[in-house]
Design a binder for this molecule. Structure first.
Ligand SMILES: [Zn+2]
Length: 273
C-alpha cells in the first residue's frame, strides 16, 4: 500500500506534468472503486486548467481554475501517471483524463480500493474524507509541544496514537514503527508517560524517516511520464519493520513482533522503553 512518502513522491513527479494543462475530457471505464466514481462529476473538469497539486495525508488534490478539486486516493494498488495519448492502454485503467498537450492522466487500480471524486475547492475542508484529519507530520503544525499537551491523561499506547489520523495525518504503520525505534520509545508505552523531550525526539525521528523515504523515492522513481506508473516501497533502509527475529542493529537482541490495534508492530524490547 502506498504510504505518505510514496504519495508525496507522486505529487512532486506529477506537478510539472499537470500544472497549466487544460482538461479536454474524462473517460470513466470502471466506476466500481471503493466508492463509485461519478462520471458526471468528473466531467465537470472539462475545460478546467490544473493550477496545482497538493497532498493531504494520503490524498492527492488536483486544484483547477474552475473552483473544483479532483480528490484521489490510491487505495492498495492505485497508480496515477501521465502517458502519451497513443500509448496503448493497459488492463485496469479505470479513469483517463485527457489533457490539452496530447497526453493523458491515467488511473489504474487492480484491486479497486482507491477513490476519485470531484469536490468544490471551497468545500474541501468539509469533505467526509478530509474533515477529521489531524495536522500533517511534515509541516510546522506538529511539534513535540503540541503532542505532549494533546496526550496528557490519555492511556493509549504511543504506537496507536501515531496511527490515529485524527491526531496526526497519514503516518502509516511502517513509519510509525521506524520512528519509535529511532526515538528509543516502546510502542506499548502509554502516551501520558511520554515526556516533553520524548515527544520532541519522536517528532524529529518521524520527520527524519519520512524525509529519507521521500528522498529515496525521488531517486527510485524515475518519472511519471510514460512510465508504467509503478511505485513500490522505497529503498529506504528499514531498521525494525518486517524484521522479526533479526538482530537489532544497536544491541543485537532479536526484533520482536506484536499486534496493536490489528496491525503488526516491530520493535526492539531492549532499545525501546
Ligand atoms: Zn536493540
Amino acid at each position: 500500500m502506498p504510504e505518505l512518502p510514496e504519495i508525496e513522491t507522486i505529487r512532486r513527479g506529477l506537478g510539472p506534468l499537470l500544472v497549466g494543462r487544460r482538461v479536454l475530457g474524462v473517460e470513466v471505464r470502471e466506476r466500481r472503486l471503493r466508492e463509485p466514481v461519478a462520471p458526471r462529476g468528473l466531467a465537470r473538469l472539462r475545460g478546467a486548467t490544473v493550477t496545482g497539486i497538493r497532498r493531504r495525508s494520503k490524498y492527492l488534490l488536483l486544484d483547477t481554475d474552475a473552483g473544483l478539486t479532483l480528490l484521489v486516493h490510491l487505495g492498495m494498488t492505485g497508480q496515477l501517471w501521465v502517458a502519451d495519448r497513443d500509448r496503448p492502454r493497459r488492463p485496469h485503467e479505470h479513469v483517463v483524463i485527457l489533457l490539452d498537450d496530447g497526453r493523458d492522466l491515467r488511473y489504474a487500480d487492480i484491486r479497486r480500493f482507491g477513490l476519485m471524486h470531484v469536490v468544490r475547492s471551497d468545500r474541501l475542508d468539509f469533505h467526509p474524507r478530509l474533515k477529521g484529519l489531524g495536522p500533517e507530520p511534515l509541516d510546522g503544525a506538529v511539534s513535540g509541544e503540541t503532542l505532549f499537551r494533546a496526550t496528557r491523561g490519555l492511556k493509549k499506547p504511543v504506537k496507536n496514537f501515531l496511527m490515529d489520523t485524527r491526531a496526526i495525518a497519514g503516518v502509516g504503520n511502517i513509519y510509525a514503527c521506524e520512528a519509535l525505534y529511532r526515538a528509543g520509545i516502546s510502542p506499548r508505552r502509554p502516551v501520558r508517560r511520554v515526556g516533553k523531550s520524548g515527544w520532541d525526539g519522536l517528532v524529529a525521528s518521524l520527520r527524519d524517516v519520512l524525509n529519507e523515504a521521500i528522498t529515496a523515492g525521488g531517486t527510485t522513481v524515475r518519472d511519471f511520464l510514460n512510465a508504467e506508473g509503478d511505485v513500490g516501497y522505497f529503498a529506504v533502509s528499514l531498521r525494525v519493520y518486517d524484521r522479526k527475529g533479526k538482530p537489532c542493529g544497536r544491541c543485537g537482541k532479536p526484533i520482536r513482533r506484536i499486534v496493536q490495534a490489528g496491525r503488526s508492530t516491530f520493535y526492539c524490547p531492549r532499545c525501546q522503553r
